[in-house]
Write a protein that binds this ligand. Sequence first.
Ligand SMILES: Cc1cc2nc3c(=O)[nH]c(=O)nc-3n(C[C@H](O)[C@H](O)[C@H](O)COP(=O)(O)OP(=O)(O)OC[C@H]3O[C@@H](n4cnc5c(N)ncnc54)[C@H](O)[C@@H]3O)c2cc1C
Length: 555
Amino acid sequence: MRHAKKPEQVDAIVVGLGATGATAAKVLSEAGLKVVGFDRGPWLSAQDHYSGDELKYVNRNYLWPDPNLFPRTLRHDETSEAERFPFSPTPQLVGGGTNHWAGWVPRPRESDFMVRSLHGDIEGASLADWPIRYEHLEPYLTKVEWEFGISGIAGADKYEPFRSKAYPSEPLRPTKFGKRFYEACNKMGINGFPIPHAMVTNNHKGRDPFNTTSFWNQYGDPSTARSNTLTTFIPEAVATGNFELRSESFVREITVGKDGKATGVVYIDPDGNEVAQEAKVVVLGLGAIESARLMLMSRSPQFPEGLGNSSGMVGKNATFHEYVFAVGLFDQEIDDPLHGWAGNYISGGTFEFYETDENRGHIGGCLISASQTCHPINWVFPGRPQWGQSLKDADRSYFNFAMKIGAILHDMPVEANRVDLDPTVKDAWGLPVARITHKPHGNDVAMSKWQVDKNAEILQVAGARKTVPVYLDRMTGNTCHQHGTARMGTDPANTVLNEWCQSHDVDNLFVVDGSCFPTSTGVNPTLTMMANAWRVSEYIADVWSKGREEHIKVA
Ligand SMILES: Cc1cc2nc3c(=O)[nH]c(=O)nc-3n(C[C@H](O)[C@H](O)[C@H](O)COP(=O)(O)OP(=O)(O)OC[C@H]3O[C@@H](n4cnc5c(N)ncnc54)[C@H](O)[C@@H]3O)c2cc1C
């Protein structure tokens, strides 16, 4: 490896410039800190590089990482052999997952922060309370909704917890399948409402409103109506004059001094040089799989088991939100077309089944919503004929007459479900890849069964002639919601981070992505992650970097 000249020390390094790292870069640089941000991927331009080309985005990995260069491995229990598998892949480029996310951004619930207090010990699970409560996050949920640009109707979700401000933009128009969902909810006494979206529907901070395309989820958006940190927080950080972005720069190690504090990072620059960058504080936002991997790869005499890992908990308790659903097939003889591929990826949703009702046979619950079935090249439904005339007949009958109701599975944390370093498989740099070990808890299986059956019932009330359930089988990582691998909590013996997402072991190391989540919540997590990243970054700038310390006490 060639070595390049060492750049000057800065105040803060942010590794990973996706949803959470870009939030940290904005908040820290706006507070006056000199920040260098690294992303392993390129810095693209939405206008020049993005479009609604289904082959390019969905089938040809334009934004997804190439699994041959950057593999991951998966095993379903400790004793089986791990196999190469693209588990929970997220775009590896500036903007991260927000480059092609669907952008549903519901708020978490008060109960999400105290699952263990509510339920005690559940056999086989490692439930824990968060060291913060909803009220600590609420001001930052509001900041993200307003600064990032979110559309929705405050109060339409009758179960919504306290909010200090309405949304900056009106909700998206309901799709045809969304209207069917609302009709069924009305008949069943369920509170259906438009799920908040990271998309602007009026002019917002110089961005034009939503243009009613259906190419959102998995596609890059050339219009910038969909909120993406590449087109919002990154340019705002750059505009401060305090932020330098180094793209195509792969961070391979966090370095440590004799005093046990982080000194900075070593990264591989676009020319293949190995460069050491020093800083007073290192902030990680690589996503819960890659942040754990980087901490585990950062071994030193002081930290032989990986940085910040004196508890042995780095990588453990990984949770992933498998997406489970039922598909409804309608009758073209009697129904109007549903255009289940059109409009935004999801439409109406409900929190009706979110809080625990033990009559259902499981604890917890999840957000459910009506969603697209797929675009033409990738259109498929379980049981669809595979070949010939019967395939053509099925597509003619159902392409315009299908919809899905899916659930964000609120999976239970289990200590053995984890990310560690694969002992044999290496990436393009010759470094060990992340190995995921995951077996669903019984509660996940029960919740999936109950909720998918309920979704099928809603589809039947909506008029579906046939419903096809897709229950949880194994964790496939079909969502890119990653959490838990560096839990926050008060006890350094069994958690990795304190309530400010600051390493218990290394006081100038902070982890702002979903790694810190003690439990996964049953909602799409990115709004919560970004709000938390904002909260932590404000603490770094206003308290920690001024040599002070504060603590939060929860009852
Ligand atoms: C198709 C799709 C749809 C989604 N829809 C939704 C949704 O509707 N709602 C929702 O809440 N969430 C959604 N998500 C999930 C959402 O994208 C993630 O929760 C979110 O992006 C996580 O933010 P993050 O900052 O932790 O990581 P990311 O946004 O993934 O960013 C991590 C960044 O770190 C960089 N990086 C990784 N390793 C290194 C390294 N060693 N050196 C330097 N840089 C590195 C990566 O290149 C990347 O840019 C979706 C994801 C996908 C893929």
